[in-house]
Design a protein around this ligand. Structure first.
Ligand SMILES: [Zn+2]
Length: 320
């Protein structure tokens, strides 16, 4: 915890300078009009005025980020970012409330805003380009709050084509072998939904690895090839000898991700409303995509989350 004794985690002024250096490494950019390097400091520390004749507006480093209009001091924000970026399983609003000495509601809002900063935004490149391997798998977590009318015949097909668990929240994740994950909370895990997710996120050159679930049938035509492991026959890794070398066919990366997610959710977040599930997924995706193995330490991961705070705003009226 030595990091947290550094000044930018301890006082608001130092934190503001830290945030400013992160956001404006090459000179201040007016978040109102986008003009670069044409603003000056006002008498109020941290408040700048745009010198552009058409703009002339005041701004701070928080404008246009998830922190906009927050009354929480910036060193507490930075500590919140750091704690959520560095804790493997996440940090509860209750823990933020006690550690940062802010109200519980403020802590709850902060946690959700940091999750929003962690969410990958914009157009993402397709996964598994140049013949890379993408694993796809589904899992179920927590009960659905509003029972959806059940389909006439059966619920979502899963392993071995059997009916999926009724009344549980379905999650589909794609994991690039040795790379990043993208998770989706879906209303129903069915063929059409999975096909759409694969088509929108996976390269046509990719090799798709799944278990024997029928869910992936529709996605097969999108990718270069599709390999399955037969979990029902106790097959977890298959070694496929090819001219270029042996390829391991499995979905262990996706399953590993699900296990981190579920352990964290059970241990830290216990009660997660269904409407917020996608935010928690974004948080776990973020940490997985900036893990140590990919070259990110706690501080680098914190910086990436802070970077993502820009251009995103969340306005909640009430917690829960
Ligand atoms: Zn401006």
């Amino acid at each position: 915890m030595s990091k947290l004794s550094e000044p930018h985690f301890q006082n608001a002024e130092a934190a503001r300078e830290w945030f400013e250096a992160q956001r404006w490494p090459e000179g201040r950019v007016c978040p109102r009009c986008g003009t670069v390097g044409r603003s000056y400091a006002t008498k109020k520390p941290g408040v700048y005025r745009c010198a552009e004749a058409k703009c002339r507006k005041d701004f701070t480093v928080m404008v246009g980020t998830v922190m906009e209009r927050s009354h929480i001091p910036l060193h507490k924000w930075l500590t919140g970012f750091y704690l959520m970026a560095s804790s493997k399983k996440g940090v509860s609003a209750h823990q933020l409330h006690r550690t940062l000495e802010i109200g519980y509601e403020a802590a709850w809002f902060m946690a959700h805003r940091i999750r929003e900063a962690m969410r990958e935004g914009g157009l993402l490149p397709p996964m598994g380009g140049e013949g890379g391997i993408v694993e796809a798998d589904e899992t179920y977590y927590g009960k659905v709050e509003v029972q959806r009318p059940r389909r006439k015949r059966l619920g979502p097909p899963t392993k071995g084509g059997k009916s999926g668990p009724a009344g549980k929240r379905a999650i589909v994740s794609l994991v690039e072998r040795g790379g990043s994950v993208r998770s989706f909370h879906v209303a129903v895990a069915d063929k059409a939904t999975v096909q759409k997710i694969v088509t929108e996120n996976v390269s046509r050159e990719a090799e798709l690895h799944t278990d024997e679930s029928r869910l992936y049938g529709g996605a097969v035509s999108h990718v270069a090839s599709h390999e399955r492991v037969k979990h029902s026959a106790d097959e977890y890794v298959r070694y496929d000898r090819r001219p270029g070398g042996t390829v391991r066919i499995h979905t262990n990366s996706a399953e590993g991700f699900f296990s981190i997610f579920k352990r964290g959710m059970k241990g830290i977040y216990q009660h997660c409303k269904e409407k917020h599930l996608h935010r928690y997924l974004a948080e776990y995706d973020f940490r997985y995509n900036h893990r140590v193995k990919l070259g990110f330490d706690d501080l680098a991961r914190t910086r990436m989350a802070v970077k993502g705070a820009e251009g995103k705003r969340l306005t909640y009226r009430q917690p829960h």
